[in-house]
Design a protein around this ligand. Structure first.
Ligand SMILES: [Zn+2]
Length: 428
């Protein structure tokens, strides 16, 4: 127990249900995805931005240090509410200027994703707007999105560039992420997604663009330390298998981690991509059976993004049950972006995971906390509430954790603790 006399100590008392997600710092698979470490009538003590103790309140209050120092400790009465680790949104595209309302209406009228892209909508229309925007304008938008995410329980966000698609505009996008991250209490993991689509000016010259990404953008971004990961959209209408491998190889060569958008519309061969040790494969709507068993043996996390399926009006969703039952480690994220998933809400995504992918509420929470931390390779610090980990917590105004996914499109997040500090959201 701490012996410092000054307080940045915080005690969360009278927690009705505490979901610790405690256990080994490895992705949960199969039946283990259900293990949420539920403790009733619990308390959590934080100090110096870390969890000092989390457990049954009766035991925790008996602690000799706490008994003598109780007056120095700030206390929050949770009044029987539910406390879980801060949610981790491990896949977002927050650097954009405008909503894509024309696409929205075209889609309602029956046009498909690729048809809209071919008609000049889609990702390319966001590119034009981002190129026209200043770094300051973009960082304001990113910060607004981060704040909306925090309001709904999220304390860690992976944020991609990918609507700039030139050296200058991808750098500007990553700088906008960094500027916003510095003003936000949570943690942001920046990713370079220069290989999102082939920009208009490189029409018919995709290989040339890939060369620019690999030989100019990736080295520069690595040198400026603007990103931790390199991502690539490997699918029909974006980049081929071979081009994607080149991008990931260049990322690794320059010391960046890798991740990939795969199998959203068409199946990719995952084995060659796995050579580049990706932290995650994202979307995974149409993964091949032989690749499922391959993933079950590896550490790469499958990140499912049902918000995109919902917003595109698809009947089909990623087959979470098949992946879980085969032992593939799985995480959830919003895919926050202007074209296919304009939601900052992890609880809504968790609800979709339950209703459309037949995940249990417990699985949805594990996939949004400890497994999402694994997808960003930060499970040593994030994703569970155990002594020594970062004190990031979401307090929901519900009596039972299953309500978090049950009350869909209803923001029940009452308060956040980030790095041991109460955020004072003013919703309790
Ligand atoms: Zn995405």
């Amino acid at each position: 127990m701490p012996n410092s006399t000054q307080s940045p100590y915080l005690l969360l008392a009278n927690i009705g249900q505490l979901l610790t997600l405690r256990g080994a710092n490895v992705p949960r698979r199969g039946r283990d995805l259900q293990e949420i470490g539920l403790i009733k009538d619990a308390a959590v003590l934080c100090g110096g931005g870390k969890i000092l103790a989390a457990g049954p309140q009766r035991e925790l209050l008996r602690d000799p240090w706490l008994r003598t120092n109780r007056k120095k400790v700030q206390e929050l009465d949770c009044r029987g509410q539910v406390v879980i680790p801060g949610l981790i949104d491990c896949h977002t595209h927050p650097v954009f200027a405008e909503p894509r309302l024309v696409d929205f209406e075209r889609r309602i009228g029956g046009a498909g994703y690729e048809e809209i892209a071919a008609a000049g909508g889609g990702i390319r229309s966001s590119v034009a707007a981002v190129r026209k925007s200043s770094r300051g304008e973009l960082s304001k938008k990113v910060l607004a999105a981060l704040n909306a995410m925090l309001e709904q329980g999220t304390s860690v966000v992976e944020a991609k560039s990918g609507y700039g698609l030139s050296v200058e505009d991808e750098i500007k996008s990553l700088q906008a992420i960094r500027d916003a991250a510095r003003q936000w209490p949570g943690e942001v993991v920046p990713t370079l997604l220069a290989a999102h689509v082939v920009p208009q000016e490189y029409g018919g010259k995709a290989d040339e663009y890939v060369k620019k990404v690999c030989e100019e953008m990736i080295p520069l971004v690595a040198k400026k330390k603007l990103a931790q990961y390199v991502d690539v959209f490997c699918d029909r209408g974006a980049f081929t298998q071979e081009q994607s491998e080149k991008v990931l190889a260049a990322g690794r060569k320059h010391g960046l981690g890798t991740r990939a958008h795969v199998c959203q519309f068409t199946a990719a061969k995952l084995k060659p991509l796995l050579e580049h040790q990706p932290a995650s494969f994202d979307h995974m709507d149409c993964v091949q059976p032989e690749d499922v068993s391959l993933l079950a043996r590896g550490e790469t996390v499958a990140v499912l993004l049902p918000g995109a399926n919902y917003f595109l009006g698809h009947k089909d969703f990623p087959d979470a049950r098949r992946l879980i039952d085969a032992g593939v480690p799985l995480a959830l994220a919003t895919d926050y972006n202007p074209g296919t998933s304009p939601t900052p809400s992890m609880p809504f995504v968790m609800s979709l995971a339950c209703t459309h992918m037949k995940m249990t509420p417990a699985e949805a929470i594990a996939a949004s906390t400890i497994n999402a931390a694994c997808a960003l390779r930060m499970q040593d610090r994030k994703g569970s509430l155990e002594a020594g980990k970062d004190a990031d917590m979401a307090i929901f105004d519900v009596k039972d954790y299953r309500e978090i996914a049950y009350w869909f499109a209803w923001d029940r997040c009452a308060e956040m603790v980030v790095a041991g500090k109460l955020m004072g959201l003013g919703k309790r």
